[in-house]
Design a protein around this ligand. Structure first.
Ligand SMILES: Nc1ncnc2c1ncn2[C@@H]1O[C@H](COP(=O)(O)OP(=O)(O)O)[C@@H](O)[C@H]1O
Ligand SMILES: [Mg+2]
Length: 135
């Protein structure tokens, strides 16, 4: 795995919750790459924002599958057919956590070449209050 941190950026976040997001994005990148391939994690400062990207060279998703990615309990047929384990909660929870920090979580599918999940958190959001509905 390629880890590519850039200049240090001071930012106030709920470290446990952001750790939960990274755990899900990285574990997804691993398990949806059943034939291996490079994973990369980039973290960098974009002005006052924190940016992070997790990229894989895995199975990706079709256009119709992509529509459900952030829906509770959604699992793409490509994942189910390959019997890759999961319950379809991680990305919904990750999106809620990033949005609670005032940021956004998005993804790009590189057809036949994998997936990049990325988020941005504005540095001005310090000590974001986490919703008790995020578990
Ligand atoms: N990196 C990825 N590559 C391909 N498909 C992915 C990737 N990340 C997520 N998915 C798809 O989105 C679905 C939802 O992901 P997630 O909410 O993390 O649930 P889970 O990993 O438990 O199935 C997955 O079941 C899979 O179909
Ligand atoms: Mg997951």
């Amino acid at each position: 795995m390629n880890f590519d941190p850039q200049e240090p950026l001071m930012i106030g976040v709920d470290a446990v919750r952001i750790g939960q997001v990274l755990d899900n994005l990285i574990s997804n990148a691993v398990k949806y790459s059943p034939h291996g391939g490079a994973l990369s994690l980039r973290v960098w400062a974009d002005g006052n924002d924190l940016r992070c990207e997790v990229s894989d060279q895995g199975i990706g998703m079709s256009a119709s599958e992509q529509e459900g990615v952030f829906v509770k309990f959604f699992r793409a047929r490509s994942a189910v057919d390959r019997k890759i384990p999961g319950i379809g909660l991680g990305l919904m929870i990750s999106k809620t956590i990033i949005e609670t920090h005032g940021g956004s979580l998005s993804f790009t599918i590189h057809q036949g070449e994998g997936t990049t999940m990325s988020f941005r958190i504005p540095a001005c959001v310090i000590g974001a209050e986490m919703s008790s509905t995020v578990t």
